[in-house]
Design a protein around this ligand. Structure first.
Ligand code: PMP
Length: 448
């Protein structure tokens, strides 16, 4: 054991895997064993490992200007260029960008931007935020308050009450539908619940609704058709801003440039970006807001004074330079179009597991997917704990594949966007072997 306190880890578990190096879609452990990285690290290494252009870009920027901050109006060329590039790419009107270091801190920034904005326009009471069950928005004290998972809140007295986080249904048909309920009825019921919540809490006290277009870390949830259309109509009716958390779904992951485009969210007012923004070569995030919100905040008559929020590494020049190069590569090499094609192929191959006796549901979109293992295929009964999911994850590793068990017993797939058809075949073959091992384990140990 080392002296590290490991993140998101059961402290009583002792198993460790030492990753030593990476190349393309593969990583290698300290014994030289090769693994296909089926989760792109933590849903982030979109261009894979060992990308020479990114390495050179970082090195050159370190040589030129290793650090400069952005407090009080200091700026630099790569930061400005990156903000300009993002403005051209994102489906947020006339976007303005605040840089941070992680998805969590970018969501914290958004909360403060919302408070500041509504104070600026004379509506300081409009500050509650609606977040969904089974959502993942990060782990800082504020972001974990948005997150809808008990594991990130129990033991920490979260959510912070003063933040006024309201909770609404996850659009998870497989786990959330009532017996006999159709998808359309399910959407009708949960969006009706959303509207009732808004009316109960008073619309003039609610600032925003935060959603991952397609949920990643908490189980890869793809909402049924019509869901976002209805949600947007309700939010528009009550003048509540749509906040798209695209930390996983941004940059070609779901078959389009952004998850919002894939699921038909029209021009969100706020967008959170991280992970694939730099292909994880450097930590960087972006809190993106609609231009008109920013215009209201800089209006001298609002008398709010300094926006008292900023990180030492907001707009870190090396991270900005790398992200800018990543954007160039995405465009130059048609990465999103390639990923969309590979995404269709991945979904077709994953669907082959639908008939497997241990598989309750296969879901996904583009290059993100999940296979949910269940105790009873007919009823969809879940396993009582995460031990089967954990076994399957380890079985994958034994066969040279890294996946992640999420939401108990769902195995999540989220490979680098540069993955090829042959590598998807390899991933599926390895997963098939791991699934067979898992079935033996379940029968042998009589797991339920
Ligand atoms: N939002 C979403 C949708 C995420 O999936 C994640 C991380 N998986 C975060 C926020 C938090 O990002 P970070 O771990 O970089 O703080």
């Amino acid at each position: 054991m080392s002296n590290i306190i490991y993140p998101t880890t059961n402290f009583t578990a002792t198993e460790q895997l030492t990753i030593d190096r990476g190349e393309g879609v593969y990583v290698y452990d300290s014994n030289g064993k090769q693994y296909l990285e089926g989760l792109a690290g933590l849903w982030c290494t979109s261009l894979g490992y060992g990308n020479r252009e990114l390495i050179d870009t970082a090195s050159e920027q370190m040589g030129k200007l290793a650090y400069s901050h952005m407090f009080g109006g200091k700026t630099h060329r790569v930061g400005q260029e990156l903000a300009e590039r993002l403005r051209e790419m994102v489906p947020v009107e006339n976007a303005k960008v605040f840089f941070g270091n992680s998805g969590s801190d970018a969501n914290d920034t958004h909360i403060k931007l919302l408070h500041y904005y509504f104070a600026a326009i004379g509506k300081p009471q409009k500050r509650k935020i609606i977040a969904r069950e089974r959502s993942y928005h990060g782990v800082t004290v504020a972001a974990a308050s948005l997150t809808g998972l008990p594991v990130n809140q129990t033991n920490f007295d979260l959510p912070v009450e003063a933040l006024g986080i309201l909770r609404t249904d996850a659009p998870h048909y497989y786990r959330g539908a009532l017996p006999g309920e159709s998808e359309a009825q399910f959407v009708e019921r949960i969006t009706n619940n959303l509207e009732q919540l808004i009316l109960r809490e008073a619309p003039e006290t609610i600032a925003a609704f935060i959603a991952e277009p397609i949920t990643g870390a908490s189980g890869v949830i793809v909402p049924p058709a019509g869901y976002y259309e209805k949600v947007q109509a309700i939010l528009n009716k009550y003048d509540i801003l749509f906040w798209a958390d695209e930390v996983i779904t941004g940059f070609g992951r779901t078959g389009h440039d952004f998850g919002s485009t894939t699921v038909g969210i029209e021009s969100p007012a706020l967008m959170t970006l991280a992970k694939q923004l730099s292909s994880a070569y450097m930590p960087i995030s972006a809190s993106v807001i609609r231009g008109d919100l920013y215009e209201a905040m800089i209006e001298p008559s609002n008398k709010l004074g300094v926006f008292g929020h900023g990180y030492t590494y907001s707009g870190h020049p090396v991270a900005c330079a790398v992200a800018l190069k990543v954007m160039e590569i995405y465009q130059r090499d048609n990465i999103f179009e390639r990923a969309a094609k590979m995404g269709d192929y991945l979904q077709r191959r994953l669907a082959e597991f639908r008939d497997h006796p241990l598989v309750g549901e296969v879901r996904g979109r583009g290059l993100i997917g999940a296979v949910e293992l269940v105790a009873d295929k007919a009823t969809g009964k879940a396993f009582v704990d995460g031990s089967v999911g954990a076994f399957a994850q380890r079985a994958c590793e034994r066969h040279g594949l890294i996946l992640r068990a999420v939401a108990g017993s769902s195995l999540a797939f989220c490979p680098p966007l540069i993955i090829t058809e042959a590598q998807i075949d390899e991933m599926i073959e390895k997963f098939g072997k791991a699934l067979a091992d898992t079935q033996d384990f379940v029968s042998r140990e009589k797991r339920v």
